[in-house]
Design a binder for this molecule. Structure first.
Ligand code: ANZ
Ligand code: ZN
Length: 854
């Protein structure tokens, strides 16, 4: 037996895989297809432990699926546009392409060292003109479909990255990438109209039964569909004014049922009609100064409930349409401009934000909805008009209850979608004072970026024809290679790029110099993998429809909103364009948990606690690293990386290596025991091993199908232990006169090697080829089958008690009923029972028999 040497085995086996093409997809195979995909990485250079876990999970699923008889598509590529490349180029006076492709080379080597089974022939690189060309083509397709728009609006500007950001890329007022405070600027930008798909993106979440609930919840919250009503409040004209200039203000509310409790009105600081509203008022200067200062507070911060709220009174009043009451109009920083109408009917009784604001500024809190059991309910019983106009509560009322002091609606249930809400909206509609409507939190996707290293937006600005799309046959619009970013050159200053002719009139024109958000590249790369060399289209529909949707997608939870939402959007648009015949791109989604250091801290360069996968491979080999990662815990949970676990796994592999050789040595020996007939200790241990073999294959199969990789490996260890217990017997004990033990040993060896193949692929292949003398690669072998009826023990050991004291232990058939157990128990202690009268017989299946006798 040779010893286990991963450093010798792994590179050699990797070469074999390449030569034999075991990872290549066969488009003509008639096996059922399976698409296993991990999110493609940004080529940042060295791989980290997060890559190791994510891609090890995917590789395990891919290898398992191949052995299960699937034709597996398992590709890899690079999300290669983006700022870090540009920044590195500026720093080193080089070109972003060089940095990017160097990093891709490094990363590809690391992935190969890890033994990941990608079909490298299908690689997609986002900055390759052959790929981004089709991203431009898709942009034009979106444009044709009315889903592209250029508009001027306040946008998020990151001073650090010197570019605009999508709403989704701003967290708590800061840039998702560089953490700079984001500013609002008015700019003309390009948008994808994702809001047109808001309903579908929300409703189709129901189809995604293979997605984690929390991801679906985050998407639903982000889309934020709210069903409610617009309600019109007339403005009270100023004294001496014939009519108010804006005659009314409309609000969006989900709680029209609370209208009788509206005691003031709040406008967002950016509310468009605000300057006119306060023109000529004594409050004018104060209001406008407040609005200017408050506008700086980001929408996200304003939406945070726990922020201190500020506001000023405008001096103006509006009329409540249900009771004619005049309510004061305020401006406050807790109302956002781009939701609903930017105006709110404040109901401090029912809304906590309004409640806090009312408390702070001494505005009335009128009780109009009460929880069941509230003592005020009795006091107000039957009163339609207002009796109580203030309360001393600590917080706003619960969301549902009974309406009080609400005119004809008094006594009805109140709440979202309640009886009261419906009745009041019906009345408003009848009087022309309101209408049902739906609001979304989702905004159109701002896709233009003022950076070089991205996919150029294929448009031309012509003084005669306006904004003109670049014709398809002129794609791709290539990024110029001769650019000196370090010298401050940009696409906009690159004369060779900017100056062009108009595709429509042929006159002199300027190219669009914005590039697309890199999330556009990652929104369809998985479609390109299905047909990566197509030169006529992004992909052929029949290829994409044959492989997709992706059966198992694996990636980080940080993509719960952005990437997954955008990909779902692209899928639906391309489906509507007739290119795809399914609604959702990813059937099953696994979001991996972070890999932390041994103390539970995030690994980072600044903390100096980064564990290098390359170092670990140098010491223990890739298979041990893979297995240790899998064993560290459930894939969707956080994992604490520690090297002891890795060292332990390396030991396990060594042990298993010897066991497999040992088993094979016994397999050839036809003088072994007879596992079916022999009653020796050897027989017992052999039967236990055989049971474990069937049980464990069943468990590993189920576990991997449910992505429980750590428990699958734990089960393999249990089979290993059962095998070791058998092998530990002295050789003489194995030998009896029979011939059936050999095949069992051979079968267990074979099984162990195949079960390990998706986990430690080089290790298993080497054992397959040497110890087991197998044909070709283990990765082209079928997955072991099992017989559940052989997985259960046929006897169990039970305790036999006399008056509660254990007298002896006996074996009974595992399926023995209570009577049989009692009979066997009585027989086993018949001596002790002699001369006694039996009072009671108790049997606990699988555990014990107790005889009570006097
Ligand atoms: C009156 C009311 C009474 C409200 C009550 C709530 C509770 P969702 O469910 O998130 O859609 N609102 C409307 N526009 C707003 C804006 N631009 N900025 C801040 N808040 C705004 O929230 C809808 C509710 O948010 C609306 O219903 C409105 O307050 C507030 F007991 O109207 B409600
Ligand atoms: Zn023109």
């Amino acid at each position: 037996m040779k010893s286990y040497d991963p450093h010798e085995i792994e590179p050699r086996i990797q070469l074999q895989w390449e030569e034999q093409g075991v990872n290549a997809v066969d488009e003509n195979s008639d096996k059922p297809r399976k698409y296993v995909l991990e999110m493609f990485p940004y080529p940042s250079g060295d791989i980290h432990m997060g890559h190791v876990s994510n891609y090890t999970y995917g590789d395990l699923v891919a290898r398992f699926s191949r052995m299960r008889g699937f034709n597996v598509l398992h590709p890899m590529g690079w999300d290669a546009f983006g700022l870090p490349a540009e920044n590195a180029a500026i720093k080193h006076h080089s070109h972003p392409a060089k940095w990017t492709y160097d990093n891709i080379d490094t990363q590809r080597e690391s992935f190969k060292r890890m033994g990941f089974s990608y079909d490298w022939d299908r690689t997609v690189v986002a900055c390759d003109p052959e790929y981004y060309r089709w991203g431009q083509w898709i942009f034009l397709e979106f444009w044709k479909r009315g889903l592209v728009e250029r508009r001027n609006s306040p946008v998020n500007w990151c001073p650090g990255c010197q570019t605009v950001l999508a709403n989704e890329q701003v967290t708590e007022g800061r840039c998702w990438r560089c953490d700079s405070e984001v500013e609002k600027r008015d700019l003309t930008q390009w948008y994808y109209k994702i809001t047109e798909y808001a309903d579908q993106l929300l409703d189709d979440l129901d189809q995604l039964t293979g997605w984690p609930e929390n991801v679906k919840q985050q998407q639903a919250n982000w889309i934020g569909r709210s069903e409610g009503a617009n309600v019109v409040f007339d403005l009270v004209p100023l004294p001496g004014q014939a009519t108010a200039e804006p005659a009314s203000i409309t609000v969006f509310t989900t709680r029209a049922d609370t209208l009788f409790g509206c005691s003031f009105f709040v406008l967002a600081p950016e509310y468009p009609g605000l300057p006119e509203l306060v023109e000529g008022m004594p409050q004018r200067d104060e209001v406008l100064a407040f609005a200017e200062a408050a506008a700086k507070v980001s929408a996200v911060e304003r939406a945070q409930g726990d922020r201190e709220k500020h506001g000023v009174f405008t001096g103006r009043y509006v009329v409540n349409p249900v009771n004619g009451e005049q309510v004061p109009v305020w401006v406050a920083d807790y109302v956002v401009a781009d939701y609903g109408t930017g105006a709110v009917m404040a109901v401090p009784c029912g809304d906590q934000r309004d409640f806090e604001f009312a408390r702070k500024y001494g505005l009335p809190i009128v009780p109009i909805i009460l929880e069941d059991g509230d003592p005020l309910l009795d006091e107000l019983a039957g009163e339609q008009g207002r009796v109580v106009d203030s309360v001393d509560w600590d917080e706003a009322m619960a969301a549902e209850g009974t309406l009080v002091q609400s005119g004809e609606f008094t006594g009805m249930r109140g709440g979202k979608h309640s009886e009261g809400e419906e009745a009041i909206v019906a009345k408003l509609e009848a009087e022309g004072k309101g209408n049902r409507t739906v609001e979304y939190r989702l905004r159109d996707w701002l896709i233009s970026r003022q950076r070089y290293w991205g996919n150029p937006i294929p448009a031309v600005h012509c003084p005669e024809c306006g904004v003109v799309p670049v014709p398809e046959d002129q794609l791709p619009v290539r990024l110029p290679e001769d650019i000196d970013l370090a010298a401050g050159e940009t696409l906009a200053t690159h004369a060779g790029f900017v100056n062009t002719t108009c595709p429509k009139c042929g006159g002199p024109a300027k190219r669009e110099t914005d590039t697309m958000d890199t999330f556009t590249c990652s929104s369809w790369y998985y479609m390109r993998y299905c047909d990566p060399h197509n030169v006529h289209a992004p992909f052929a529909s029949d290829r994409a429809n044959a492989w997709m949707p992706v059966d198992q997608y694996i990636g980080g939870i940080e993509h719960a909103i952005l990437h997954l939402l955008y990909s779902r959007f692209f899928t639906k648009v391309l489906r509507d364009a007739g290119m795809l015949d399914f609604d959702e791109p990813f059937t099953n989604l696994l979001c991996q948990g972070m890999v932390l250091d041994a103390n539970g801290e995030v690994m980072s360069k600044s903390k100096g606690n980064v564990v290098s996968p390359e170092d670990m491979i140098d010491q223990y080999g890739a298979d041990a690293v893979r297995a240790a990662m899998l064993f560290m815990g459930p894939p969707d949970k956080e994992k604490l990386w520690n090297e002891d676990g890795l060292a332990g796994m390396y030991k396990f592999l060594n042990r298993l290596w010897r066991i497999v050789f040992d088993l094979v040595g016994k397999a050839g020996d036809d003088t072994l025991f007879d596992p079916e007939a022999d009653a020796s200790k050897a027989h017992e241990l052999a039967m236990a091993m055989k049971r474990e073999r069937h049980r464990v294959v069943g468990k590993v199969t189920d576990d991997i199908e449910r992505n429980n990789f750590n428990t699958a490996l734990a089960a393999i260890m249990e089979l290993t232990n059962a095998t070791a217990a058998f092998l530990r017997l002295r050789p003489a004990e194995h030998r009896t006169q029979c011939e059936t033990g050999g095949p069992l040993c051979r079968d267990v060896a074979d099984t162990l090697v195949k079960l390990m193949a998706p986990i430690a692929p080089h290790f298993a292949d080497e054992l397959w080829q040497t110890a087991l003398d197998g044909e070709g690669s283990v990765h082209t072998q079928p997955w072991p089958t099992y017989d559940p009826s052989l997985a259960v023990a046929d006897t169990v050991e039970i305790a036999v008690q006399l008056n509660g004291k254990v007298k002896t232990r006996i074996e009974v058939p595992a399926d023995a009923d209570k009577d049989a157990m009692v009979e066997a128990g009585k027989a086993a202690i018949s001596n002790a029972l002699e001369g006694k009268a039996i009072v009671k017989e108790v049997a606990v299946p699988g555990r014990l028999v107790n005889i009570v006798a006097k």
